[in-house]
Design a protein. Structure first.
Length: 109
């Protein structure tokens, strides 16, 4: 549970800075998704070019986006894609973390 809380905190912090979200004191996945969905609506209103640039930068699959663009509550579904992608990045960093080996003289500069 502590690991999940740390991942939630890290995801919230990254999304807060990337998406300029005003996060509540008590973090929850639902609260983050709601704020993110509201931000997605604002970005979509600016035009598709800005939106698709952001999705490309976040490495959100175009196939997944196209599958939901005509659905009901599209902003919430896009928010879920963004949130899930952020979690994937965090999990990837955690699993691929390289521990420093200070005893190996070959690695010292």
């Amino acid at each position: 549970m502590v690991m999940e809380d740390n991942v939630l905190q890290e995801a919230a912090f990254a999304l807060k800075s990337d998406w300029d979200l005003q996060l509540p004191d008590s973090l929850s996945e639902e609260a983050i998704l709601k704020l993110l969905a509201d931000r997605v609506v604002l970005i979509l209103e600016r035009g598709p070019e800005t939106f698709f640039q952001l999705m490309y930068r976040l490495d959100i699959s175009e196939k997944k986006l196209n599958a939901i663009l005509n659905d009901d509550d599209v902003a919430a579904k896009i928010a879920r894609l963004i949130y899930d992608r952020q979690l994937q990045k965090i999990q990837s960093r955690l699993t691929n973390k390289v521990e420093k080996d200070n005893n190996d003289p070959e690695l010292k500069w």
